[in-house]
Design a protein around this ligand. Structure first.
Ligand SMILES: *[C@@H]1O[C@H](CO)[C@@H](O)[C@H](O)[C@H]1NC(C)=O
Ligand SMILES: *[C@@H]1O[C@H](CO)[C@@H](O)[C@H](O)[C@H]1NC(C)=O
Length: 195
């Protein structure tokens, strides 16, 4: 009886340990967190493709661009060990400890899907995807045209106001003169009549 009880306790604790181990493995599996899965950048600017990851041991982080021409490797690195950057990205990529990358001098052809893969030593991996939109900058010539048009419009409004003021004062002068003339006429009339 006593022996049986011990055995059942042993079974339970074994189960509990198994569960805890499972939970431990699960919470310590690879996780890839992406705060913004769609980001925008303007041509010639730089953009951060931001991720965060959790992984047992030292991971390998790999970024690729998915486009109409297929998958293109961007960068593969193992923190504190090595990094391998594709030729076409050599001068414009910077990686961060949290797995994020910064792409500088963004061009229109950079728009598309970016896939990050975090792989652990056992070979398990997790992917994350970020969509990058690239906007064309506001044309500098167009900017100049807008500024010039605004200045011209302002000048013409000021001129129109000035003309209106002139016109009003001319009208006022005419009115005054007419009134004076009338007075003069009345005066003359009386004067000559009296004479
Ligand atoms: C990762 O690090 C970079 C650079 O420090 C930072 O800009 C970015 O926001 C970080 N990403 C996350 C998800 O914390
Ligand atoms: C870096 O990439 C090149 C070309 O893809 C490859 O031949 C080389 O083995 C890579 N190096 C490492 C350390 O992964």
């Amino acid at each position: 009886m006593f022996l049986m009880r011990t055995r059942s306790w042993n079974n339970n604790s074994l189960l509990l340990i198994l569960c805890l181990t499972g939970l431990y493995l699960q919470t310590n599996g690879i996780m890839v967190l992406i705060p913004h899965d769609v980001v925008s950048a303007t041509v010639d600017e730089s953009v951060i493709l931001s991720v965060e990851y959790r992984c047992n041991g030292v991971p390998t982080i790999r970024w690729k661009q998915l486009s109409a021409w297929g998958m293109k490797n961007i960068i593969t690195w193992e923190p504190d060990n090595y990094q391998n950057i594709s030729e076409s990205y050599e001068d414009r990529i910077q990686e961060f400890r949290n797995g994020s990358i910064q792409l500088s001098n963004v061009q229109l052809y950079d728009a598309g899907c970016y896939v990050v893969t975090v792989t652990d030593k056992e070979g398990s991996s997790r992917d994350g995807v970020i969509v990058l939109n690239v906007n064309e900058p506001v044309d500098k010539d167009l900017n100049f045209v807008v500024v010039a048009a605004t200045i011209l419009l302002t000048i013409s409004i000021v001129l129109m106001f000035f003309l209106w003021v002139c016109n009003q004062s001319v009208k006022l002068c005419k009115k005054k003169r007419r009134a004076q003339n009338k007075l003069l006429q009345i005066w003359n009339y009386h004067h000559f009549n009296v004479a």
